[in-house]
Design a protein around this ligand. Structure first.
Ligand SMILES: *[C@@H]1O[C@H](CO)[C@@H](O)[C@H](O)[C@H]1NC(C)=O
Ligand SMILES: *[C@@H]1O[C@H](CO)[C@@H](O)[C@H](O)[C@H]1NC(C)=O
Ligand SMILES: *[C@@H]1O[C@H](CO)[C@@H](O)[C@H](O)[C@H]1NC(C)=O
Length: 511
């Protein structure tokens, strides 16, 4: 098993964390080479760690003004989406050849790779072959581009920008993923540096195209720079990310059913328009009919890698230490710090309990419809229980759909992630408990559409949770104060940062 490198900083990018995104399915990723240990061997059921705050949170009351404030859409900020190019870039008169890329990672990392592949094809005046998605060793999902994304929509939206083919033409049939796996091949470009410039591609890939008519670039993740790139190329990347990449119809349909059931609970998805309007009108004042998506990453890899403590007692401490030993041979930088030091620096993933307290402090009451965009949570239902106590109307993919409805996505990590992405995009409020590719992708997409997104301050939360004398009103005030400006306000991309995390100003114009 390859060593995993994690970063807890959202914007940074480096080749070293191609597999940054969490292990959504820890059960598939079993370093100990045996069945997952039973719950009992691994922890005593985690107890709430902040019982005093929790007690107050369970009795919280929020006024209707507070509710209205919380659910009010984000005010206009003087920016609007503009993925379209000012100048018309014309299609090349003659294609210089075919570009193939093989993309690693999970859904959201592959998404960035697709955007970059279109940009590179444009830089080279080449024809893009629909990207090949590698099977991720962790998630084991063999879904292809066409299984996830609406390929005709993709080609159609980009038809004035680049030439795209669904597969290589007959004379290049030999140029397959398997062909490159078995030897050194002249048409494979292996050496693209992380964040390569446009010039790097014209100097190193164009000659391959000229000699052979085709070039396969792999690895390709994070292989195109964000800085010193022409405005047209930046806009094209935005256009791919925000316009050309749409999920296949059955994913959108499932997503829409989920959204409907969240907005109009207990009625299923097929309710009449009249009924919906009526419901909408009566509920508008209370902010009912709205929902918040919580993207929760709390898997064993993250828990172990953080080296923090999570309330599961000695058994859990030992289990996580053992995991660190097996996967990273103990080389986890965080291990040299105490739990307290890590917490005060905001370096511990929030537990479901802590996220529940955060949401309660922000003013979400117990009638809030909360959609949990998450896969396996380390500790299972026992660990989620406190969050569920605070938010009894918590739902997820499974609770809202029948197994027949889920049959087409069952066991397919990328499709499951796609559904969560879709629901996340359509929620009134999105909140992500810890950084990663999914967090970055959704935060960026919601920024682009000026939708409310709460970004928890990990450092503040770490410090507040360490203070054992803090009262609920003090906790609540500190949380609200700190998060006033963390609700989706535009943050302009700085040098070195990713366009796929910070879409302004590259993808947005002054309104
Ligand atoms: C691509 O085409 C454009 C416009 O036709 C031209 O200016 C540019 O030099 C070409 N680049 C390459 C690498 O062929
Ligand atoms: C929310 O809390 C109130 C007051 O504590 C309680 O009466 C009500 O039943 C709760 N609602 C839900 C959905 O649990
Ligand atoms: C805990 O919070 C209270 C109230 O804000 C504060 O007075 C106290 O100094 C804090 N204690 C620590 C150890 O930070």
């Amino acid at each position: 098993m390859k060593q995993q490198t994690y970063s807890h900083r959202g914007g940074a990018m480096a080749g070293t964390f191609l597999l940054l995104l969490p292990f959504l399915f820890p059960s598939l990723f079993n370093p100990l080479g045996r069945a997952s240990p039973s719950i009992l061997s691994e922890w005593s059921a985690p107890k709430p760690r902040h019982s005093r705050l929790l007690k107050s949170a369970l009795q919280r009351r929020t006024s209707s003004e507070e509710q209205a404030d919380l659910w009010r859409p984000l005010a206009k900020q003087g920016w609007k989406p503009c993925a379209k190019s000012d100048t018309t870039l014309n299609l090349p008169e003659k294609s210089r050849g075919y570009i193939q890329v093989f993309l690693d990672g999970g859904l959201n990392q592959q998404r960035m790779g697709i955007c970059d592949a279109v940009a590179v094809a444009k830089i080279l005046n080449a024809t893009l072959v629909i990207p090949h998605l590698e099977v991720n060793p962790v998630w084991q999902d063999s879904s292809t581009f066409m299984d996830i994304f609406d390929v005709d929509h993709f080609i159609n939206i980009l038809q004035d920008d680049i030439l795209i083919v669904k597969e290589v033409p007959v004379e290049f049939y030999w140029s397959t993923r398997e062909y490159y796996a078995t030897g050194i091949r002249a048409t494979r470009v292996k050496t693209a540096p992380v964040h390569a410039s446009a010039n790097w591609y014209t100097e190193n890939v164009l000659p391959v195209l000229q000699s052979y008519g085709i070039a396969a670039i792999a690895p390709f993740s994070h292989r195109l720079a964000f800085d010193d790139m022409s405005k047209d190329i930046q806009r094209l990347r935005c256009k791919v990310n925000f316009q050309a990449l749409a999920f296949v119809p059955h994913i959108r349909a499932l997503g829409n059913s989920l959204i409907n059931r969240l907005r109009y609970p207990a009625q299923g998805s097929e309710v009449s328009t009249n009924y919906l309007e009526e419901l909408d009108n009566t509920n508008k004042k209370k902010g009912a009919g709205k929902f918040v998506v919580l993207h929760l990453r709390f898997d064993k890899d993250m828990a172990a890698h953080s080296a923090c403590e999570f309330g599961g007692g000695k058994a859990e401490r030992l289990a996580l230490a053992k995991y660190r030993q097996v996967i990273w041979q103990g080389r986890v930088l965080n291990s040299q710090f105490t739990d307290e030091e890590l917490r005060s620096q905001g370096r511990c993933p929030l537990t479901p309990e802590e996220i529940g307290l955060l949401l309660a402090a922000l003013g979400f009451d117990n009638s809030t419809r909360l959609y949990l965009a998450s896969h396996k949570v380390y500790g299972g239902e026992a660990r989620i229980l406190t969050l569920r106590d605070l938010f009894p109307l918590m739902e997820d993919k499974k609770s809202l759909t029948s197994s027949e409805e889920r049959a087409s996505i069952k066991g397919k990590a990328s499709l499951l992630a796609a559904v969560d992405y879709y629901v996340s995009m359509h929620s009134d409020i999105f909140i992500s408990a810890s950084p990663g590719n999914m967090h970055n992708a959704v935060v960026a997409h919601r920024t682009y559409e000026n939708r409310k997104t709460i970004r928890p301050s990990m450092a503040l939360l770490g410090q507040l949770f360490l203070n054992k004398t803090l009262t609920w009103p003090e906790f609540q005030e500190a949380i609200r104060e700190k998060h006033k400006n963390r609700q989706g306000q535009i943050r302009l991309r700085k040098t070195g940062q990713s366009l796929y995390t910070y879409p302004a100003p590259d993808c947005m114009c002054n309104a």
